[in-house]
Design a binder for this molecule. Structure first.
Ligand code: MN
Length: 237
């Protein structure tokens, strides 16, 4: 019997230089995908030689949009890992109805209030929860393909001047895509929690209760302990 097509395909880019934190996070995603019968793919090198590696992550998704038969493609940063393995991707997308692109928020919920991580995001997107490019769920649909194609063509064309300036892919998303397509784009709530951007504030105020995924900047910092050694104990429930 032919294997049923998975509804979800999770894709990560991790080059050898970041293996010290990407090996454990990749294992976390592999274990999670095996458990729920999702596909998992790792790209281990840069694809676009002429642009910052963040653009290769986008190109990776564009290629999967043409090759994959999954219903949804999930782009995960190498500094994300699964904090709640029971939680399914089906239940992640369900609350967002007919939205076709779902982003993690570029914001932290501190003392119960959403605060953007970057004021530029607040100003350009006019919301306290602008989208974050580190975790994206995209329906493998005509609109999903259009969205990523447009993202890339803005970076190569009219918004070229922003393509290699911080926050790169995210800056172009904010400027040229988010508000233009709000009807089909959603920014999620507390499912994916960005942490490690402010050590002190995180300790006293970050609300990560019920998080499915942690997007942990600390993993990428020099001298950070590996994920496996720290365990997942920082998730409070
Ligand atoms: Mn990241």
């Amino acid at each position: 019997m032919e294997r049923a097509m998975p509804r979800f395909e999770v894709v990560m880019m991790a080059t050898a230089e970041i293996a010290h934190y990407a090996d454990p996070t990749r294992r976390s995603w592999e274990r999670y995908c095996r458990r729920h019968s999702y596909d998992f793919l790792l790209f281990d090198r840069k694809i676009l030689a002429d642009m910052h590696i963040n653009w290769s992550r986008l190109e990776m998704i564009r290629r999967r949009q043409r090759a994959s038969r999954a219903e949804w493609i999930v782009l995960v940063d190498a500094d994300t890992f699964v904090a709640d393995e029971e939680f399914t991707l089906e239940s992640l997308v369900a609350p967002y109805g007919d939205k076709e692109v779902l982003f993690a928020p570029d914001a932290a919920r501190r003392f119960g209030i959403w605060l953007p991580l970057d004021l530029k995001g607040l100003v350009v997107c006019r919301t306290r929860r602008p989208p974050n490019g580190g975790f994206v769920v995209v329906r493998n649909s005509e609109f999903g393909r259009y969205f990523f194609d447009r993202w890339m063509s803005l970076a190569r064309g009219p918004l070229r001047h922003m393509a290699d300036r911080h926050p790169r892919t995210q800056g172009i998303l904010w400027k040229g895509l988010y508000r233009q397509h709000r009807d089909r784009v959603a920014v999620m709530h507390g499912e994916v929690v960005r942490c490690g951007t402010n050590r002190l504030l995180d300790r006293i105020s970050l609300d990560q209760a019920g998080a499915f995924v942690l997007h942990d900047k600390r993993l990428t910092l020099p001298g950070a302990p590996a994920l496996a050694e720290r365990g997942l104990v920082q998730v409070t429930r």
